[in-house]
Ligand binder design. Structure first.
Ligand code: RFL
Ligand code: PHB
Length: 389
């Protein structure tokens, strides 16, 4: 088989890239290790930045998001007995959109299928060959059948555990990592959200987040120990703990119900450099991970897709390789800013096992500063709604 771009990974990065290339007449084949239902069953991101919304419009997949997404003009932050609001619309003129990653992915699958795009599911043993030559290829197996695709470029959109990053020789890449000493226990429940806007809470019992997917689907998280397992937490225990961590008036209004999903996510900051090796380009979680505080993961994946799509388009339309040559530098410049914001917001909102009384005072002082200082709120809002591409 032959195509212009082989895309390894059929998560949001891979599908968005494939659909954007298709709109510009560039062919791709997507290789996905799991089934479509499995990919759609992963409950992940909920908050989309304007940049991603713009890419969805360009890809022709924004109709349902526009009709069903929830526009959020601000967010609430609580600590101790204080709750304050960061007004994104007033500070930046830009809202964010609450629309689940599951829905983004579903819309992208629908668009790829409508365009007869090729997506191979259940692929095994994907291997990328000749990435540092002008004639790369990708081999894989489906149901025991060995296949090979020759291509111009390979996009590694296969997430943190994929093969693409590992394909770049160890001596050519540098990895930066920070693992946080706690996780997030998240549940999804068919109950009305406790607040119109997200609540990020720093309580003495640890962090909590009240989020949502729609008017009758709530997403809540609490900071938990890394040794906890979802089955250790009954729904009842989760709701009790959440109520202790959010402002009292909200806790009294909280509508509880059975969870329809319950999982624990570790918190990690990770970046690999460079994001390109010859004709192989890493995109999204394959190249970087942020802790979820601040909702930057999917949005940063989208900015990578933007830089790569722009570079590939320029190459195919004009023969100029400037965009693909500068891909890694451009993507990383924005990645590191998202890493900084996610690390800062995580550090501000969580209780650390080894936090000293001094560290705690620093956290409280920083929260008090953010609550009362216009410049601090401005910086927070600009980062939250997404820095420009
Ligand atoms: P994905 O989604 O991991 O998709 C990669 C795909 O590649 C496939 N794959 C392979 N395919 C072929 N061959 C192989 N060898 C393969 N290895 C892997 C996988 O099966 C998978 O389908 O990466 P992608 O596309 O880069 O997307 C990244 C986002 O999923 C991620 O950044 C976000 O979900 C992070 N995130 C959030 N991001 C936000 O922007 N806003 C949020 O509100 C937000 N909340 C979250 C989050 C992530 C969370 N978890 C569980 C990590 C909340 C949580 C709890
Ligand atoms: C979510 O709704 O899943 C969500 C929202 C905001 C975050 C992280 C996750 O910062």
């Amino acid at each position: 088989m032959q195509t212009q771009v082989v895309i390894v990974g059929g998560g949001p990065s891979g599908l968005l890239l494939s659909q954007l290339l298709h709109v510009r007449g560039i062919d791709s084949i997507v290789l996905e290790r799991k089934t479509k239902d499995y990919v759609l069953g992963r409950i992940r991101a909920g908050v989309l930045e304007q940049g991603l919304l713009g890419l969805m419009a360009e890809a022709g997949v924004d109709a349902r998001m526009k009709a069903e997404g929830l526009r959020h003009d601000g967010t609430l932050i609580s600590y101790g007995d204080e709750t304050f609001r960061i007004d994104f619309a007033k500070l930046t003129g830009t809202p964010v959109m609450v629309y689940g990653q599951t829905e983004v992915t579903r819309d992208l699958y629908a668009a790829r299928e409508a365009a007869d795009g090729v997506i191979e599911f259940n692929v095994e043993n994907v291997a990328i060959h000749g990435a540092d030559t002008d004639t790369p290829s990708v081999t894989y197996e489906v149901g025991g059948d060995a296949r090979r695709i020759d291509c111009d470029f390979v996009a590694g959109c296969d997430g943190f555990h994929g093969v693409s990053r590992q394909t770049i020789p160890l001596d050519l890449r540098t990895e930066y990592e920070k693992v946080y000493p706690f996780g997030w226990l998240g549940i999804l429940s068919e109950t009305p959200p406790v607040s119109h806007e997200l609540i990020y809470a720093n309580s003495e019992r640890g962090f909590a987040l009240c989020s949502m997917r729609n008017d009758n689907l709530s997403r809540y998280y609490i900071q938990c120990s890394m040794s906890d397992r979802p089955k250790d937490w009954t729904d009842e225990a989760f709701w009790q703990e959440l109520k202790r961590r959010i402002p009292r008036d909200r806790a009294e209004q909280l509508v509880t119900g059975p969870s329809i999903e319950k999982s624990i996510a570790p918190l990690r900051s990770f970046v690999t450099e460079p994001m390109r090796w010859g004709r192989l380009f890493l995109c999204g979680d394959a190249a970087h991970i942020v802790p979820p505080t601040g909702a930057k993961g999917l949005n940063t994946a989208a900015s990578d897709v933007h830089y790569l799509y722009t570079g590939l388009r320029q190459f195919y339309e004009t023969g100029n390789s400037e965009g693909i040559d500068s891909y890694s530098d451009r993507a990383l410049a924005r990645v590191w800013k998202a890493e900084r914001f996610s690390w800062w917001f995580s550090s501000l909102m969580h209780r650390y096992p080894d936090q000293s009384p001094f560290d705690l005072r620093m956290q409280q002082a920083e929260l008090a500063f953010l609550r009362s200082n216009a410049a601090a709120q401005q910086a927070m809002a600009e980062n939250y709604v997404g820095l420009p591409y």
